[in-house]
Design a protein around this ligand. Structure first.
Ligand code: C5P
Length: 223
């Protein structure tokens, strides 16, 4: 198992998915799970700041997530919402929703069940998140914390937005990435931080392919 944590714009999700495919392992995008709950909150007309209502919804929401790196999916009550969970209203609300302890409790329990199932069937898994090495799977044999300079992260996010047909400037992307990272690192409930035994890996100067080659080597030694 590989625990892959780090802030947005480090290429983490692309790297995690392709690394899983390279290793013949399963793949779990935990960010997508927080995004699914956030979309459900917004669709229910709940204020993300109303923590009691958010907690109740998190306990009852019906979400499902694919673990095949070649065919990831994200569903809310059976409906495909892969695009809807990447829109700006979700980007804005996801950090406050993720900071609610009950939301984390419900999702971490679900993540542990999925990891156990995939390890028992496929035999390996790459898990992408913020707290995988510290909270979800502290016994993971390989923990990696990806970083990249703020400028590089903003440029990557901007390129992703443009590719997906969403308009944003580099400055807006930087502000959005920065804001989310500040909230994610400063929250009381499992803040984003590298595990003590994580390998810190700066991707600023590297292509996705170079990161995957380096991580595959690490995984074949330790994963
Ligand atoms: O990885 P992604 O950018 O899609 O994650 C969206 C948000 O979900 C993060 O900004 C963070 O607030 C939350 N998250 C989290 N813990 C995780 C994964 C994501 O709190 N393990």
């Amino acid at each position: 198992m590989v625990a892959l944590d780090g802030p947005s714009g480090t290429g983490k999700t692309t790297v995690a998915r392709r690394l899983a495919a390279t290793l013949g392992a399963g793949y779990l995008d935990t960010g997508a799970m927080y995004r699914l709950v956030t979309l459900a909150v917004l669709r229910a007309g709940i204020d993300p700041a109303d923590t009691a209502a958010v907690a109740t919804l998190a306990r009852n929401v019906e979400l499902s997530i694919g673990t095949d790196p070649e065919r990831p999916y994200a569903r809310l009550a059976g409906q495909d919402v892969a695009e809807a969970i990447r829109t700006e209203p979700v980007n804005v609300a996801v950090s406050p929703v993720s900071a609610v302890p009950e939301v984390r409790e419900v999702l971490v329990a679900g993540q542990r069940r999925i990891i156990e199932h995939v390890l028992g069937t496929v035999g390996g898994i790459v898990v992408d998140g913020r707290d995988i090495g510290t909270v979800v799977a502290p016994d993971a044999p390989l923990k990696v914390f990806l970083t990249a300079s703020p400028e590089v992260r903003a440029a990557r996010r901007n390129a992703q937005d443009t590719a997906a047909g969403r308009e944003s400037t580099a400055a807006e992307a930087l502000a959005s990435v920065d804001r989310r990272d500040r909230l994610d690192s400063s929250r009381a409930a499992s803040p984003m931080r590298p595990a003590e035994d994580a390998v810190l890996f700066d991707t600023s100067e590297l292509t996705v392919e170079q990161v995957i080659v380096a991580l595959s080597e690490l995984a074949s030694r330790r994963g």
